[in-house]
Design a protein around this ligand. Structure first.
Ligand SMILES: *Cc1c(COP(=O)(O)O)cnc(C)c1O
Length: 423
């Protein structure tokens, strides 16, 4: 097994190891440059990026339109705080609310902050609009969820690593199995339910893809029981799954129509990651007035949220998604990828399954969750020029930038299959 690291790379790894907290376990590769679907390490070796920073880099590395917008704004005005107005925020707020068709946006920076924001909005809505008794509001979440790393969010995780010894935990959450309509309806019948917080596909859990109609069921049940349907599209949103939003399902409109049979419109939409094109932290919560207006001055905020650089970057990042038809590209290349992987799996004992939607996919390795087979495959993929990481012990996620073309994808499929055949 080739795990040899060149000495220059090793020096950078040693620096992180000595001076940085050990809260990650990165694949041993040290990157110094990115362009489109490619990244280069400090030795000059080129790789296909098949993680895209957990789908933050949907538009490809260092997209000139996004970097250009960021540079231009950075040289003009970077931060005013929300104590004053600036000439970018309102323009951005109009742009993003038109784009996703909600009345209002609340801008934040990271995904976890946006999830926290959605939780606060849902609770306040429950008390002030639904009439839930003070401090009694509950939010339904799904087993194996991933919504970020804050104290409240890990309180309703069932990942031991994320939770253990970080208590006491924030109360007010009810857990149901993912993709289980009956359990969801039972939970929604409970008292004091503010809403349902759910990922359209569970990315971190291993690209766990629910039944085609699960989002529709979530929408219908939340309406039936007067609870907010809160979609965490931080990883699935912004073209990744072959539609502008994963709640758009199989519709080919890229989220720009309102065909009710396919679009399960959430009450609260949470975006992050690719909203930034990978350039700068930007997240957002979108909702209509009757929900968003429960937040009044002084009740929520962030020093950097909605700053001019973030506003410029997010508009450029969303422009790229539309201009370059990234949703359509993800949809077409995604089906092609799964088709090719399924052909391979027919004759493979190593891989049991490929699943996903658009260009958010994963393969399941025929080994235990505790085995290091998936990790070793990722090391071999790295040696062969492609970077991916296991999500759980035996699952490898494949999520390249959406600016990939068919020739590049063919080369990647060849690398992946050749690597798997070496095992
Ligand atoms: C990444 C992610 C988050 C957290 O985003 P951060 O920017 O890392 O805080 C939340 N929800 C989902 C579904 C994610 O994939």
């Amino acid at each position: 097994m080739s795990t040899q690291i060149a000495s220059k790379s090793q020096e950078f790894i040693d620096l992180e190891d000595k001076h940085g907290a050990h809260n990650y376990h990165p694949l041993p590769v040290v990157l110094e440059k990115g362009d489109g679907v490619y990244v280069w390490d400090v030795e000059g070796k080129r790789y296909y990026d098949f993680l895209s920073a957990y789908s933050a880099v949907n538009q490809g590395h260092c997209h000139p339109a996004i970097v250009g917008a960021m540079n231009k704004q950075a040289q003009t005005l970077t931060l005013t705080s929300r104590a004053f107005h600036n000439d970018k925020l309102g323009v951005y707020e109009k742009y993003i609310t038109d784009y996703f068709k909600f009345d209002k946006v609340l801008p934040m920076n990271t995904g976890a902050e946006a999830v926290e924001t959605a939780i606060k909005i849902a609770r306040k809505w429950a008390y002030e609009k639904k009439g839930v008794a003070e401090t009694e509001a509950k939010i339904i979440v799904c087993e194996n969820n991933f919504h970020g790393r804050t104290t409240t969010i890990i309180s309703f995780s069932n990942d031991e690593g994320a939770r253990k010894n970080f208590g006491p935990y924030t109360p007010g959450f009810v857990k149901v199995p993912y993709d289980d309509a009956e359990a969801l309806e039972e939970a929604l019948k409970g008292d004091n339910i503010a809403g349902l917080l759910v990922e359209p596909i569970q990315g971190e859990a291993g690209v766990y893809t629910p039944s085609d109609d699960f989002m529709k069921i979530c929408r219908e049940l939340c309406s039936k029981y007067n609870a907010l349907f809160i979609a965490d599209e931080i990883q699935t949103g912004i073209a990744r799954t072959g539609a502008l939003l994963a709640v758009c399902g199989k519709c080919s409109c890229q989220g720009h129509c309102e065909r009710q049979e396919t679009y399960s419109r959430p009450d609260v939409l949470i975006l992050g990651k690719a909203l930034s094109g990978g350039a700068y932290p930007v997240s957002a919560v979108l909702a209509d007035d009757e929900i968003m207006n429960v937040i009044k001055p002084g009740q929520h905020g962030s020093t950097f949220g909605g700053n001019p650089v973030a506003a410029a970057v997010a508009m450029a990042a969303l422009d790229v998604v539309k201009d370059e038809n990234l949703a359509q590209n993800a949809r077409e290349l995604g089906s092609y990828f799964r088709e090719k992987m399924n052909d391979y799996i027919q004759n493979s004992d190593l891989v049991t399954l490929v699943r996903g939607r658009g260009l958010l996919n994963a393969i399941v390795i025929n080994d235990s969750e505790e085995s290091d087979t998936a990790w070793n495959i990722c090391l071999k993929l790295r040696d062969n020029g492609l970077l991916a990481k296991p999500t759980h012990g035996n699952i490898i996620r494949f999520a390249p930038p959406l600016v990939m073309n068919k020739e590049q994808l063919d080369e990647c499929i060849e690398i992946i299959i050749r690597t798997l055949e070496e095992f």
